[in-house]
Each structure stands twice: as C-alpha cells, then as structure tokens.
Design a protein around this ligand. Structure first.
Ligand code: NAP
Length: 331
C-alpha cells in the first residue's frame, strides 16, 4: 500500500487560494472514524471557485478540495458503517473547513455519510452530486409549500447548468410544466429532452423590473440570484413559492416585500451543506425514484480524470460546461 494518496490540494499563495494536483501522506488524513475508498467526485460551480481561488471557499490550508465524494467504506470504528458499504457525502464543510473528495481515500465523520441507494453507481451518484441533490432539496421544499403539478408553470433558472438540469428533469417527471430560463439557445434540444415544456431567454429575467408583475409561476427553482431572482419573485403567483439555491448571476436581491405581503409568495432558502441527515436520506431516496436513468445519462457531461480538474475548473465558472461532470478520482 502506497504511503501517499493522489489529491487536489489548495494552498495559500500570496494571500490567495490555489488548487493543484499533488500527493498527501496517508497518515495526514483527519482522525475521523470512517475510512472511505473514494471512487468518484464531481465538479460543481463551488469546486470551480475553490480550485481557481476565485471564491473564498477553503478556510484553512492545506485543504483537500472537492465538496462531494462517492465510494466504499474501507474501515469503520463506528457500528453504523461496515466495510463494503457504498456511500455518498455532500457538503458538511468538505473543501471549506474539512478535507474533501478529490483524494483516493478520505477519513470522515460517520454522520456525514449517506448510504448510496442501490439505483446508483458511484459514478451516477457523482453525476448527481451536490448540484443534483440540492435540486432535489428544492423540489422537496416546493412540495412542502403545496406546489403540486397543475396548470401553473414552474420556472427553473440557470436551466442548462448542473442544478438547473436536474431540477428540470425532476419537475417534469413529477408532472410539472417546466419553463427553462437559459442564456444558451443551443441547449434547447437538451432541455426539451429532459422535459422542459417551454423556454425563456435569461436576459428577459435579468433586466431591472417592477416589484410586482403579471403572475405566471406556481413555483420557481432559482440557481442565478440577483435581478433574476427578484424578477422571478415578482412574477410568482399568489401563494406560490420560490426556492433560492444559487448566485451564478449575483448575490444581491434587488426587489421589494410586495410579492410576500400582497401575494403571500414564500421565499425558501436551500442550504445543502448543513442539511440534516434525515433530509439528505430523503433527498437521495427521492432521487432514486424520481430521476430517470435516461435523463441522468443525458445530464452527465462526461467523466474526466482528477488530473484534469485544474483545467476544467475555470470552464464551469465561464458557464461552458453543460450538465454535470464526473471526476474519476483514481483516473
Ligand atoms: N444552496 C446550496 O446549497 C447550493 C448547492 C449547489 C449549488 N449552489 C449554487 O447554485 C448555483 C448553480 O450551481 P451549478 O453547479 O448548477 O452551476 P453551473 O453548472 O455552472 O450552472 C449555473 C448556470 O447558471 C447560469 N448562469 C451563469 N452565469 C449567469 C449569469 N451571469 N446570469 C444568468 N445566468 C447565469 C447558466 O445557465 P444557462 O447556461 O442555462 O443560462 C449556468 O449554466 C451556483 O451559484 C452554486 O454555487 C448552491
């Protein structure tokens, strides 16, 4: 057994974080109770920020990056887990305050692990990754607010991205009429194949708009933030709900309280990183039943070896990756 593990590690250089391929000594892994053989990880928008250093993601150094991992339990001091168990981990500070998934083996806290549903291989789990699991959390949140399939359309913003693609597929499978907001017309065929029933140019949502507009959306899954989120809220129907996931277009929220106090619109914050274990298990169970394998195959942009992560990271920030990229940690 090798003394070292291949990994993508961020160090602080001239006050900025920068991630690259290197090796980590096996005995440097954290002193946590479960050792996992990592098979696959993935490339999320947040990973792009962490690897390039364009976002302040890593809070201590050196930091093994990668917010997701899927693999098999190798050793466990905790009775919940046994060698051979297939597991998935999303968030819980991985790549921020805790060492993450871009490494061949990782030591983790037992409570961070979710048993991988039989429906998925480790590669499929990472094709879903945090982006897809968060899309499921958003769908669960909308359902909790009574957003059910019917006459009212559902808006998904950042639709051709990772979160958006999975949200489109899930909502369409559940019977919703999904309108996809995208800035890439060349993705319309792809989004139609995932189940989108209509399109809106993302530019139409990002222009400054009145705080209340014609009611259109029964529910919204928003990965973009900024003016796009404000416009989506302004167009949401009475007692509809908006799930805010991301900030691909901006972190501000330039709207007013009118949609909330005059139409009873609900704004739902979606936090995947510290979602409680029972919510995670439910999300993964629902993904196993509600995300059709053929749609997941369409969403999967491809599988790349871990050595290519530094090259791919800027591309996801530039919106050049359609759907979800799987990372073969041992490739
Ligand atoms: N809350 C959470 O726990 C959580 C979990 C996962 C992700 N997130 C966040 O959710 C967001 C999406 O993540 P992702 O993994 O889906 O990223 P992604 O694959 O890069 O997709 C983001 C999509 O947003 C759209 N977009 C990008 N720049 C834009 C701009 N300036 N204006 C309008 N639209 C723009 C693009 O969609 P089109 O090409 O279709 O226009 C792009 O494909 C990120 O901000 C991420 O940090 C949050």
């Amino acid at each position: 057994m090798s003394e070292t593990l291949n990994a993508i590690v961020a160090d602080e250089v001239d006050g900025r974080s920068k991630g690259g391929l290197t090796t980590v000594r096996r005995d440097a892994l954290p002193d946590y109770d479960v050792l996992v053989d990592v098979a696959h990880s993935t490339l999320n928008y947040k990973d792009g920020l962490a690897v390039t250093g364009k976002g302040k993601i890593a809070r201590k150094f050196p930091m093994v990056l990668g917010i997701d991992l899927a693999g098999t339990v190798a050793e466990s001091k905790d009775p919940t887990w046994n060698p051979g168990d297939p597991v998935v981990v999303n968030g819980f500070g991985l790549s921020e305050t805790e060492w993450g998934g871009y490494i061949e083996q990782q030591r983790l806290k037992p409570a961070w692990l979710v048993r991988l549903p039989d429906a998925f291989t480790t590669a499929q789990a990472m094709a879903i990754g945090t982006a897809g699991y968060t899309a499921m959390l958003a769908v669960l949140a909308l359902e909790h607010m009574g957003v059910v399939p019917g006459e009212r359309e559902i808006l998904v913003t950042g639709a051709a991205g990772g979160v958006g693609s999975v949200a489109v597929a899930l909502l369409a499978k559940l019977g919703h009429q999904v309108v996809a907001a995208t800035g890439r017309p060349d993705t319309h065929d792809y989004l139609t194949a995932l189940g989108a029933a209509g399109f809106i140019d993302r530019a139409a949502l990002s222009e400054k708009s009145p705080p209340m507009q014609r009611e259109r959306w029964g529910g919204v899954v928003d990965a973009v933030g900024g003016q796009t989120l404000a416009t989506a809220i302004a167009q949401t129907c009475r007692h509809g709900a908006v799930a805010s996931i991301g900030l691909a277009g901006g972190a501000d929220l330039p709207g007013s309280v009118f949609p909330f106090i005059l139409r009873g619109v609900t704004l739902l914050g979606i936090d995947s990183v510290y979602a409680p274990p029972d919510r995670r298990r439910l999300a993964w169970q629902r993904l196993a039943t509600d995300l059709a394998p053929d749609k997941l195959a369409l969403i999967t942009a491809g599988t790349e070896p871990m050595s290519k992560v530094p090259e791919l990271a800027p591309q996801i920030l530039e919106g050049k990756i359609r759907g979800r990229m799987v990372i073969d940690v041992r490739g």
